[in-house]
Ligand binder design. Structure first.
Ligand SMILES: [Fe+2]
Length: 212
């Protein structure tokens, strides 16, 4: 059996490695992008079916104003990076509008963030992808591909933080790809972003501590 990293596409081939993936998955990380083994998926052809089901489920559910604001803000950034200034400006205006009518989030915790990220992956991205496919919007489809990978990594990091607490970020740095938003925890950023393939220079150090 082969297991694939949903972030960078790295493949763990049990036959070549000589070890069952599930035996090591809990304490193993992707050698390319650092994603935990727990997010790897077995190589099967069933993914598109799941996505289709999720898209259907989404059609009967409301997306909150805050989620719309975040989505529009991300789309604005995506358009900006593709030199689509007019579209970027429109998405930015939408993001400002949805933020202004969004109720203030109070008492939210890490578990709520994780739940939101899961909803994005299971419902919102598939719905966006379906809409983009209908109008053949290749730019948005590309943003969906990047966004899903980045969100999957973010969820893996939030889950790890929930398990390990602040110790997880001690003696290390947090790097964010300024192009796609991919987050990497480590001493140095990866040579190439595993999602959008830009070089290490496009990563910004945003947080992280080093003990004295
Ligand atoms: Fe990137």
């Amino acid at each position: 059996m082969r297991y694939v990293c949903p972030i960078c596409g790295y493949v763990y081939d049990e036959e070549k490695e000589g070890r069952a993936f599930l035996e090591i998955a809990d304490n193993w990380f992707c050698p390319i992008c650092g994603a935990p083994g727990s997010v790897f998926t077995a190589e099967t052809p069933q993914v598109s079916q799941t996505v289709g089901d999720a898209a259907e489920a989404e059609s009967s559910e409301q997306i909150s104003f805050g989620e719309f604001a975040a989505l529009c803000s991300n789309l604005a950034r995506g358009c900006e990076k593709q030199y689509q200034d007019e579209e970027a400006a429109l998405y930015r205006r939408l993001a400002v509008y949805f933020t202004s009518i969004s109720p203030k989030a109070e008492g939210k915790e890490l578990a709520d963030l994780a739940a939101g990220l899961r909803r994005d992956l299971e419902q919102h991205y598939p719905a966006l992808r379906e809409a983009a496919e209908k109008v053949r919007d290749r730019g948005t489809l590309r943003i969906c591909v990047w966004g899903e990978k980045v969100t999957r990594m973010l969820l893996a990091l939030v889950e790890r933080y929930q398990k390990e607490g602040p110790a997880f970020l001690e003696n290390t740095f947090v790097w964010v790809c300024t192009i796609c938003g991919f987050i990497f925890i480590g001493e140095n950023p990866p040579e190439l972003c595993p999602v959008c393939k830009v070089p290490a220079g496009k990563f910004e150090k945003v947080e992280g501590r080093r003990s004295a």
